[in-house]
Design a protein around this ligand. Sequence first.
Ligand code: RP5
Length: 185
Amino acid sequence: MEIQTTNYKLQTPIVGIVMGSDSDLPVMQAAADILRYFEIGFELTVVSAHRTPLRMVEYASRAKDRGLKLIIAGAGGAAHLPGMIASITTLPVIGVPIKSSNSIDGWDSILSILQMPNGVPVATVALNASRNAGILAAQIIAAFDEKLAEKISAYKEKMDKEVQEKVQHLQSAGWPNTFDKNPSK
Ligand code: RP5
């Protein structure tokens, strides 16, 4: 597929974003975007559990020594990449199931990433939810970084404000809402 060039400022990566194919990029881009929003250094590349198994083993084996703190792995269909990476590294792995061209409605991707055996966890987000993977990565890192925690609080406040505006908008459009008219009841 055609890849758009990016103008991402190079920062020391602490999050590794990997995906089974470049065809996953349109979904995985949102993880990169939110990490950039939080000013967290990341890298992004293709690592395929099936097509490049040795690259996968090397990526997972070296990730910690290369300075990564966390890996976000996305794949579709027989989506073994997140689980196999988690089997090799001690870093936390967040899995993104992707509804790819070879996927049966996304369920194969979800179940292959979600149903890990005891002892080898992968934190699995919803189908195509790579933005949530990025936010979860940020929250894990923020547990040890107060400045980042403040940025995430501000992000949550922004979401809250946006919802309040939608509440107002619905009310102005005439939808009945006794809760906000009488909040104490
Ligand atoms: C998976 O197969 C990839 O993660 C991708 O979601 C899917 C299709 O890959 P391509 O055939 O488009 O390269 O391994």
